[in-house]
Write a protein that binds this ligand. Structure first.
Ligand SMILES: C/C(=C\Cc1cc(O)c2ccccc2c1O)CCC[C@H](C)CCC[C@H](C)CCCC(C)C
Ligand SMILES: C[S@@+](CC[C@H](N)C(=O)[O-])C[C@H]1O[C@@H](n2cnc3c(N)ncnc32)[C@H](O)[C@@H]1O
Length: 250
């Protein structure tokens, strides 16, 4: 059985930040969001492992499995961040396949590029620099919620996918069950944000909570995917409804 190991990164970063660096809600513009993910890039992976006790790696494996990606495929990971999903996709497509990973955060891409050889592209999810029907599968993990124009991003992913291929969208689940929503809030308010504040990132992780509140439910995501042109869309809840994954067919 794999032993989960967490390297507790040294607590770095300014404990007190000038007012101008605090993240205000709503984070209305793309540049502010870009800056937020640039700031959290150095500790992003370690905090995800620590705060989810490694659980996010299971949820990401499920996301990739739902794409149906196989040996030799050419696949895309949008909002790739530090590259977790891209690495899992490269396991699926093998040496004969190709993984392209896109993000608009330079810092996140630098972390990813330091880890593996995938093709890393700096770009915007709402204006993908790829031709029509380029990919056999695509993922977007914990990304769509952070994109301002979500429908445009879905339309772009639809455009670059081959007919019949799948898009797998992993994110927090905006639950319609009050108890689930309360547990999510409790974890974020009492664990996630306090731990992040030790790294001077309290307001960045408070943004996380606000963005989940502003996100779409599973049913709303299914509807938006169909409106964006996908022929089928099915949302699956995971981990007692705290996480969710939408699988959309081109
Ligand atoms: C990989 C995960 C979150 C990625 C992520 C997404 C965002 O939009 C952010 C925005 C701003 C700052 C950070 C992020 C961000 O990290 C999911 C796992 C990591 C979560 C931070 C922890 C979630 C904890 C669960 C709500 C409950 C876990 C219970 C149990 C201990 C496993
Ligand atoms: C929470 S991280 C998710 C990273 C990775 N997919 C994972 O599962 O850990 C969200 C990522 O989306 C990127 N992002 C947000 N909006 C974007 C956009 N419009 N275009 C490209 N990347 C974007 C951020 O820079 C960040 O790296």
């Amino acid at each position: 059985m794999a032993v989960l190991q967490f390297t507790l990164p040294s607590i770095t970063g300014p404990r007190h930040r000038p007012e101008s660096r605090l993240v205000r809600w709503p984070v209305q513009c793309s540049t502010e969001r870009q800056a937020l993910f640039n700031r959290i890039a150095p500790v992003y992976d370690n905090l995800n492992d620590l705060l989810s006790l490694g659980g996010h790696r299971v949820w990401k494996r499920m996301c990739v499995s739902w794409t149906g990606a196989k040996e030799g495929d050419t696949v895309l990971d949008v909002c790739c961040g530090s590259g977790d999903l891209a690495f899992l996709l490269s396991e699926k497509v093998g040496i004969n396949g190709k993984v392209i990973a896109l993000d608009f955060s330079k810092e996140q891409l630098q972390v990813a590029a330091s880890r593996q050889r995938e093709r890393w592209v700096e770009g915007d999810a709402i204006d993908l620099p790829f031709s029509v029907s380029s990919f056999d599968a695509a993922t977007i993990g914990y990304g769509l919620r952070n994109v301002l124009n979500r429908k445009k991003a879905l339309e772009e992913m639809h455009r670059v996918l081959k007919p019949g291929s799948k898009l797998s969208i992993l994110d927090f689940n905006k639950s319609s069950q009050p108890i689930t929503s309360s547990i999510q809030d409790l974890m974020i308010d009492n664990v996630v944000v306090p731990v992040a504040s030790g790294y001077g990132l309290a307001s960045e992780y408070q943004y996380l909570k606000n963005s989940i509140k502003e996100y779409l439910t599973g049913k709303e995501l299914e509807k938006l995917a169909l409106e964006a042109g996908f022929s089928e869309a099915e949302h699956y809840e995971m981990f007692a409804g705290l996480m969710g994954n939408l699988v959309a067919k081109r």
